[in-house]
Design a protein around this ligand. Structure first.
Ligand SMILES: *Cc1c(COP(=O)(O)O)cnc(C)c1O
Length: 454
């Protein structure tokens, strides 16, 4: 007679097998094509069997077909969007978290909410935001923007004599004032909180994509002003000081979407470009982009803890709560304890290490500009942070072909982009694992593309 294995030994074996495959994946990823191998993906599409399959069989299939079917965005030659990689400690923390399987609330995950609280305090400190601020982890900047814009909406309506318990029913009109180059997801965040995106008063931007403070409409207490730290094409930062002056004088709420760019504030070299940032009412920053924590992880930070809690608490949220728990500050009730990965990321870097990493993204971005220009490309903006928008004036069609050629080569990956009426592509330096030789291969792939297409 065989004695059945105890349930958790079986989980432990599957866990070890998963991390064994993960290890092999990471050890070969840097040499692999950046492109996903998609031809076998149908092999995942099994008819759901009547009787379940062993964990070993499942993980073998997932690794055999799923691993090659990934984009190699965790390695150093992926320059699309602002994806970032995963710092070793943060990636390791993710695996341990998966064994713990905690949900991040005070009764259900004591140690993980401690880690999250510490990570939030560290982030507020590193970003040099007001010490009275608080925050919450969300799945990303889209949800963090939603969380804070909802808080802003409720607070402004309350000030106009419409208590937050009433929601939007019978509410006075609010005005949304935003950068003409605000991120597309912010429009969705606005729609999710019932403000829509058709009536936004867009503020013109300058030739770097920065909001023009001298073109702001007159503000009043019905206004939500949406600025950004990190223009997704140029990396530029809005003029926070001038915007804060106007918002404070009028009683408007100033919100900053800094999904990838807010971390520039942790670079001693770049911080001066974000002067006045601390004067805003709320800030969004992702952990999964430039900080290089694993997906999915964003932070909603607010200088008015009571307002955030009043808008986000479970139940009659506008009633004060005595024992706040993360679900009273963020949209979800049950959720992954993702903040622990940010805790691990920040602890593994330390203050100086974070400064070095963020500053390195900037140096890498600046270093490729002369090399791109030597190939006949044009970068029509200053390098403010880690984003580089590239064009080839009068040669849009060639530019588009270059993008496809490089993508197909598997040597590097970046995406086509359009900015201020110019067509081209965008290169993001946001992965801790990107080294000089990766930049050499990026430039080499562009050179080869131009040669092949000539
Ligand atoms: C990526 C990004 C977002 C959306 O963030 P998610 O984490 O993908 O939800 C919002 N704003 C800016 C500026 C971004 O770069």
């Amino acid at each position: 007679m065989t004695i059945p294995e105890p349930p958790l030994s079986r989980q432990a074996s599957a866990y070890a097998l998963g991390s064994q495959y993960g290890r092999a994946y990471l050890e070969t990823l840097s040499d692999r094509s950046v492109l996903a191998e998609k031809s076998d993906l149908d092999a995942l599409n099994l008819a759901l069997p009547d009787q379940g399959v062993s964990a070993e069989t499942i993980l073998e299939l997932m690794n055999r077909v799923g691993s090659p079917g990934t984009m190699a965005s965790a390695a150093g030659r992926y320059f699309g969007y602002v994806i970032g990689g995963s710092l070793p400690a943060a990636s390791g923390a993710r695996t341990l978290l998966s064994a713990w399987d905690q949900t991040a609330n005070s009764d259900t995950g004591p140690s993980v909410i401690k880690l999250e609280e510490i990570a939030i305090r560290w982030a507020i400190d590193l970003l040099d935001l007001p010490t009275e601020s608080t925050g919450a982890f969300t799945t990303g900047a889209t949800m963090a923007n939603m969380t804070l814009l909802m808080t802003a909406r409720d607070r402004q309506l309350d000030r106009l004599g419409h208590p937050r318990g009433k929601g939007l029913i019978g509410a006075p009109a609010l005005r949304v004032i935003a950068s003409a180059e605000i991120h597309a997801t912010v429009l969705k965040s606005l729609r999710m909180i019932g403000l829509g995106s058709d009536a936004i008063e867009f503020v013109p931007v300058d030739d770097q994509g920065r909001m023009r403070a001298d073109q702001m409409p007159d503000l009043d207490p019905s206004c939500l002003v949406l600025a950004q730290a990190g223009n997704v094409c140029t990396g530029s930062f809005d003029p926070f000081d001038a915007l804060a002056d106007q918002c404070q004088a009028a009683g408007a709420w100033l919100h900053v979407d800094g999904a990838f760019g807010l971390w520039a504030r942790a670079s001693s070299q770049l911080a001066p470009a974000l002067v006045g940032l601390q004067r805003a009412d709320s800030w969004v920053v992702d952990a999964h982009k430039t900080l290089n924590a694993p997906y999915d992880s964003g932070l909603a930070l607010c200088r008015h803890p009571d307002e955030l809690r009043a808008s986000m608490a479970i139940g009659a949220g506008y009633l004060p709560k005595t024992d706040p728990t993360p679900s009273d500050l963020a949209p979800e009730f049950s959720r992954a304890a993702r903040g622990a990965e940010t805790w691990a990321a920040l602890l593994s870097l330390g203050r100086q290490g974070l400064d070095d990493m963020v500053t390195r993204f900037h140096h890498q971005a600046a270093s490729i500009v002369p090399r791109l220009e030597a190939l006949g490309f044009d970068v029509p903006h200053q390098v403010h942070f880690n984003q580089v928008f590239v064009t080839r004036p009068g040669e849009d069609a060639l530019c588009a072909k270059v993008v496809k050629h490089v993508q197909q080569s598997g040597e590097a990956w970046f995406g086509a982009a359009t900015w201020q009426g110019q067509n081209g592509f965008r290169i993001s330096l946001s992965n801790w694992a990107t080294q000089d030789q990766d930049l050499d291969r990026l430039i080499g792939a562009l050179e080869t593309a131009l040669g092949d297409l000539a």
